[in-house]
Structures are given as C-alpha cells and as structure tokens.
Design a protein around this ligand. Structure first.
Ligand SMILES: NC(=O)C1=CN([C@@H]2O[C@H](COP(=O)(O)OP(=O)(O)OC[C@H]3O[C@@H](n4cnc5c(N)ncnc54)[C@H](O)[C@@H]3O)[C@@H](O)[C@H]2O)C=CC1
Ligand SMILES: O=C(O)[C@@H](O)C(=O)[C@H](O)[C@@H](O)CO
Length: 318
C-alpha cells in the first residue's frame, strides 16, 4: 500500500499516554483530532496537554518561533469516533490494555477511516497480530509503543504483526523520527516486545528481593538508581557486559540464576497492593505515598531530569 503524505493525525484516548503522544504531533506542526469517550475525559486530557506544553515551552523545546497557542490551535476534540478518524492519515490509539476493547475499537475505526490511513496501537505488550485479526486491511496496522511520560521519553518500539507491511513499518519509523522520537524497530512481535520484557524481569526480581527480606523497597530503588540506572542511562546492558568482561558475566551466570525468582505468577506484594487499591501515584499510594509535597517533588525532579536529557539530545542533533 502506498501511503499519502501524512498531515492529519487522530489520537484515540486522551489519558496518561494518549494526551502526550497527541501533544508531540501538535508540537511538530500536525493537526490532531483528539478522541475520547466523553467531554470530561477530553477536558482532562487537554488539562494534561496544557501542563506538559508549558513544561516543554519553559525548556525551549517547542519548534522555533512557535507559541503555546500555535500548538493548542492544532487540536480538534471529538467524542464521535467516526468523525474523529475519517480525515486522518495516521491514527494512534492509547485506550485500555484489553485485547477485546482494542479489537472492537479498531474494527470500528476501520469502518470510518480512510482506506490508506496507517493504524498504530500503543499497547504495552499485546499481540498486534491478534488485534489486527479484525481488520480488512491488517497490513497497515503496527505497534508504536511509547514509554511514560511519552512527551519526555524518546524511545518508541515499532513492532510489526504477522500482517504488517514493510511500508507501514518504514512510514511509521520515518514519521516518529520526524517528530523527534527514537523509534526502534523490532524484527518480530513477542509478548512485552523488548522493553517491558526487561522491565518486568527487573520488577519481578526487585520485589522478590524485598519479599525475601534481603533489602527494603527504598534500598532496592537506591541501589538500581545509582548503579545499573546510572550506567544504563549511558550504555545498554549488553554493551555494559562487554565492558565488564564477558568471562565474569559468564561465571556469575553459572551459579546465580538458580537463586533468582522465576515465578510465572504476579508477585504477591504487587498483587496485594492492587487488591488494596494502592496503585501508585494514580491513587496516591503504592509502595510509596504520593500525596503531599514529597510525592510532587519526586515527580517534578524526575520530569526535570528527563527534560534536561531531552534538551541535551536536541543540542546533539543540531
Ligand atoms: N501508563 C503507562 O505507563 C503506559 C501505558 N501504555 C499503554 O497505553 C494504553 C493506554 O494506557 P494509559 O494511557 O495509561 O490509560 P489511561 O486509562 O490513562 O487512558 C485511557 C484513555 O482511553 C480512553 N478510552 C477508553 N476506551 C476508549 C474508546 N473506546 N474510545 C476512545 N477513548 C477511549 C479513556 O477514557 C481514557 O481517557 C494501554 O494500552 C497501556 O498499556 C503504554 C506505555 C506506558
Ligand atoms: O514503562 C512504560 O512506560 C511502558 O513500557 C509500559 O508499557 C508501562 O510499563 C506499563 O504499561 C506497565 O508495563
């Protein structure tokens, strides 16, 4: 399929991820139809967009000569899915992480969308083949998996399903590159793609360490932040192993794996938190308390460091 020049974006879902992925297209000059289920959800999404847009503006991360109003004027809001997608060349989706919800949604999208529009889902790890099974033209469907917060994290995993065409992958990679992202194209799909497989392996072992009484939640986070996190912010795990000496990593791998957590069930500490409604910053309490000054300061510090890294990326690109 030959895709037209992409000029008009539709972003379905204005929540944690959807508002930020939509904002990035608007910051880079694209008209964006923001779609959600209710005016309340759209209003909440636009509040998040204005908050994040202010952050980008204050750090000089808008396009040259652009004002915040220039960016905000590019948004059109829709609760009618068909009306929101019909003029779009590129449709991105960030709704609930539920296979049936996504399949039902994409079936409805295809009934209203242009025959040559590209379809992308921000799923954290569901199969693009399984979602695209409902489509008449599944070759135009691909995963574009962002990382939270999406407007501050450069990496997007571009994951083809069995039906996805090379043209769809190439066009998506080119578009994401054009808006300043760092797309990584996978050879093929796998549950959790790459980032979430690694992230979930780390989370599983981190919580196992706490459960076994080896270290506290705070100590695990401090240790990772000032060792692996510091190193992996510069070079990834495999190249770091090269630098450490593969013989040493091999030696450790002959005795340590049998002591690592290999459970296939969700960690009990995590399950208990969710059962108690302690969901983290979104509910005010998780393994840490997020209400009050300290929580806000932690999020502000994270965003400030991510912003500095983005500014540095931008300076390197210039
Ligand atoms: N939260 C995270 O850290 C990350 C989440 N993701 C993925 O992104 C997707 C969205 O996650 P979040 O943004 O966190 O969820 P969220 O719950 O913050 O936002 C979902 C939004 O989609 C809207 N929505 C639901 N069904 C809809 C429909 N049929 N039509 C239009 N709007 C609809 C909801 O009203 C809500 O505003 C999920 O697939 C998730 O796995 C990907 C990367 C990171
Ligand atoms: O961590 C992120 O931002 C993303 O990789 C995700 O998909 C989230 O991890 C979240 O959905 C849980 O995996």
């Amino acid at each position: 399929m030959n895709f037209p020049a992409i000029t008009h974006i539709a972003a379905i879902g204005a929540g944690t991820m959807g508002h930020a992925t939509a904002l990035e297209f608007a910051v880079h000059g694209y008209d964006v139809n923001l779609i959600d289920l209710s005016d309340q959800a759209l209003a909440k999404g636009m509040d998040l967009i204005r908050r994040d847009l202010d952050e980008l503006y204050q750090h000089g991360l808008l396009m040259k000569e652009e004002t915040r109003d220039d960016v905000l004027e590019r948004f059109s809001l829709f609760t009618d899915l068909a009306a929101g997608v019909k003029d779009a060349d590129y449709i991105t989706e960030s709704v609930a992480e539920n296979l049936e919800v996504k399949k039902d949604l994409w079936k409805a999208v295809e009934e209203a969308a242009a025959a040559d529009a590209i379809f992308t889902t921000n799923t954290s790890g569901l199969s693009p083949t399984a979602i695209a099974d409902v489509l008449e033209k599944p070759d135009r469907f691909v995963v574009a998996h962002y990382w939270n917060p999406a407007h501050l994290m450069p990496l997007v995993e571009v994951v083809p399903g069995r039906y996805t065409s090379e043209q769809t992958v190439n066009t998506t990679v080119d578009l994401l590159t054009a808006i300043g992202k760092k797309p990584a194209r996978l050879h093929r799909e796998s549950p959790g793609f790459v980032g979430n497989r690694i992230q979930m392996a780390v989370i599983r072992e981190a919580l196992h360490i706490v459960e076994e009484g080896i270290a506290s939640v705070e100590d695990v986070d401090t240790i990772v932040t000032y060792s692996l996190g510091r190193r992996w912010n510069i070079l990834g795990p495999i190249i770091s192993a090269d630098l450490g000496g593969l013989d040493i990593f091999y030696k450790i791998s002959t005795y340590l794996p049998q002591d690592l957590d290999n459970s296939t069930e969700p960690n009990k500490l995590l399950a208990d938190k969710v059962a108690e409604g302690d969901l983290g910053s979104k509910s005010g309490q998780g393994f840490y308390r997020w209400t009050g000054q300290k929580g806000a300061e932690t999020i502000a510090r994270r965003d400030e460091e991510l912003m500095k890294a983005l500014v540095s990326d931008r300076q390197e690109e210039e």
